[in-house]
Design a protein around this ligand. Sequence first.
Ligand SMILES: Nc1ncnc2c1ncn2[C@@H]1O[C@H](COP(=O)(O)OP(=O)(O)O)[C@@H](O)[C@H]1O
Ligand SMILES: [Mg+2]
Length: 228
Amino acid sequence: MKCKIIVVSNGKGGVGKSTIAANIAIDLKNSGNKVALFDAEKKGTSIFLSERDDLDVYPGYDRMISQTLTAHKGNYDYIVVDTAGVNSASMQGSQDNLQDLINTKVIALADLVIVPLVPSPVDVRKTEGFLSELEVLIDASRGQLKSLIVLNRYRYKEIMSKEVIEHLKASYSNHDYHCFDNMTIRQATIVAQADGFYQSVNEYAPGAPVAMDFKKLIKMTTSMLEAK
Ligand SMILES: Nc1ncnc2c1ncn2[C@@H]1O[C@H](COP(=O)(O)OP(=O)(O)O)[C@@H](O)[C@H]1O
Ligand SMILES: [Mg+2]
């Protein structure tokens, strides 16, 4: 199988990029794939997963990241790259051009970009800006790149969550560039707990409702990549 590169990205911080990258990497590995996880954030959290001796975790905040990823492609079925929310750096008053460059470089090599967002109007607005920027890279990839929108921290009973999902359905279920196929990950304490043990949700609590959400995400991820 040709190695597929999955990049988890969104200009926004705190939307679940690292959580989703870790869960996808671990679960793909547990189903028998060779997987590498790259942490392309300057002071990222994914690198902590190198505590696990059964997962190959690499630092990826490096302007030579394209060459590094290409060099590793021969050894893996999947490379998962966790990126930084660049806006969070600029909000701290230090516009991080290298981080921005790295994010662009890894997306340019990706087969699939997973774009998580959380159900809040501000997040939706910021994410829509990011999705427009992504279109340029999708065009440049000549149809090679796909993007999947994932609504994270979804609360079934909350009106705002329902409104956001309706908006995403109306805007992206039939979009030329991006795909929103009702993919939601619910808000659940287990998600952070699993992370505390360097485990995926499916390892930590396989019977939990939120574990089903991650199973669905991994299935959708692999089928989008197979369909290419
Ligand atoms: N579905 C979820 N339910 C509950 N907590 C979550 C969920 N997804 C992420 N979190 C928590 O939210 C915080 C931010 O997530 P993180 O993956 O670090 O975001 P990012 O990488 O985008 O900055 C973390 O503490 C994480 O454990
Ligand atoms: Mg992160």
